[in-house]
Design a protein around this ligand. Structure first.
Ligand SMILES: Cc1cc2nc3c(=O)[nH]c(=O)nc-3n(C[C@H](O)[C@H](O)[C@H](O)COP(=O)(O)O)c2cc1C
Length: 389
């Protein structure tokens, strides 16, 4: 059953749709108000950004669509609403209802007076610049008047179904993380005992592909920047995760440095090259200084919340700024701002299963007190190693 007739230009519509269905799209609702002031709209997958200077976007409505006719007749202003992953019901209502589409959909007027749908991930107010003819569709080019971000993840449409975006690192890492969570659970009593003894927090950190994931926590510290640190993720890159580098092969140590090399000075890079051996001989990693490290935690949280002012580059810069506070080779000063101590929990064959981090107090410690923290952490990590064996 040949679906295409090669060379003749005759393409079977079902085949055309099936092939084009391999290309995933976002889902937007193009909105406007009709002459009576009623909200009208149309679900569109063919939305795209076109030009930055001047700022232009486009979408491709079916010439036969009654929704497109209504939008066109309403005037030359429209608003593109990028739907959120949880707004499948909004999509279905707008795509299927003929009248009163916005009956139970909350919205507010945009600066140009068009409906901005509550909960949209982003909205773009436009004025029609040109409508081009394109077969059975039009190509509507809109000049952007105003645009704004909302919250959350976008709704995606692919092969006739709805879904949401998941980064590769998470999708592929889930299985690895589950294995580590099971091991961490076996170590939980030791984490709790240690947290209780020092009146602080003990966290377990897993290396999942190229990220350090804070997988479990016991106790509380006043230094935590958020109600829970569980789920925080940071790139596996110097100076963080040095316990993994300490017990890793040359390739892992190289990867640990390469990710952040551009943000470091030559001297910092040289010093960090020696850190894995230093950490391995001490048995633990040490981080000093509260303010820069709490800034790193804040930047990391903002990045995961997709705050527009923070990029992966900003995060690497914040990591580079704390590099000197991690694992200094010199003896400790008389009063130490101990941010944290970390030790690996090793499997029977000497690999790092996960690391335990003991968080320091807000007040300064003497080197002898830090020694007490370190001894207790190493004992807990050894106990945890026996528990998972
Ligand atoms: C996910 C999704 C994407 C759509 N994308 C488009 C599109 O890009 N262009 C278009 O003309 N119609 C698109 N539609 C269909 C329209 O939303 C609408 O249902 C169609 O124009 C027929 O409706 P009407 O005649 O009642 O307006 C899409 C529908 C869905 C559910």
């Amino acid at each position: 059953m040949p679906l295409t007739v090669q060379g003749s230009g005759v393409i079977d519509p079902t085949h055309f749709r099936r092939v084009m269905g391999q290309y995933p799209t976002g889902v937007v609702v193009v909105t406007a108000l009709d002459a009576a002031g009623t909200a009208i709209g149309m679900v569109v997958g063919s939305f795209t950004s076109v030009s930055l200077d001047p700022p232009l976007v486009a979408f491709l409505p079916d010439k036969g669509s009654s929704s497109w006719r209504a939008l066109r007749e309403s005037g030359d202003r429209f608003c593109v609403n990028v739907l959120a992953a949880a707004q499948e019901d909004v999509c279905r209502a707008v795509a299927t209802r003929k009248t009163d589409k916005f009956h139970d959909i909350g919205w507010r007027p945009s600066p140009a007076g068009n409906p901005i749908i509550d909960g949209a991930v982003a909205w773009v107010d436009c004025v029609t610049e040109r409508v081009h003819d394109a077969g059975d569709h039009d190509i509507v080019v809109g000049r952007v008047l105003d645009l704004q971000l909302g919250d959350g993840e976008p709704l995606l449409f692919y092969r006739g179904g709805y879904g949401s975006f998941m980064p590769h690192s998470l999708a592929a890492g889930d299985a690895d993380l589950l294995d580590q969570l099971r091991l961490i659970d076996l170590a939980r009593p030791h984490m709790e005992r240690l947290a209780e003894r020092f009146g602080t927090e003990v966290t377990a950190i897993a290396l999942v592909r190229d990220e350090l994931v804070l997988a479990a926590a016991a106790g509380r510290t006043e230094l935590a920047g958020s109600p829970t640190r569980v789920g925080q993720r940071l790139p596996f890159a110097a100076p963080l995760g040095s316990c993994y580098a300490a017990h890793g092969d040359d390739a892992l140590r190289e990867r640990w440095l390469a990710t952040i090399a551009e943000q470091l000075t030559a001297e910092q890079l040289e010093r960090l090259r020696g850190v894995p051996d230093l950490v391995r001989s001490r048995g633990y990693a040490i981080a000093l200084g509260h303010s820069e490290l709490s800034n790193l935690e804040r930047v990391s949280t903002l990045l995961h919340e997709r705050a527009p002012e923070v990029s992966p580059g900003t995060l690497r810069e914040a990591m580079a700024r704390v590099a000197d506070g991690y694992n200094p080779a010199d003896p400790l000063a008389p009063d130490v701002e101990l941010r944290s101590l970390s030790a690996p929990v090793l499997t029977a064959d000497g690999a790092v299963a996960f690391t335990l981090t003991l968080w320091g107090p807000s007040e300064s410690l003497t080197p002898a007190e830090v020694g007490r923290y370190a001894d207790a952490l190493l004992a807990a990590a050894a106990d945890a190693g026996r528990a998972i064996a």
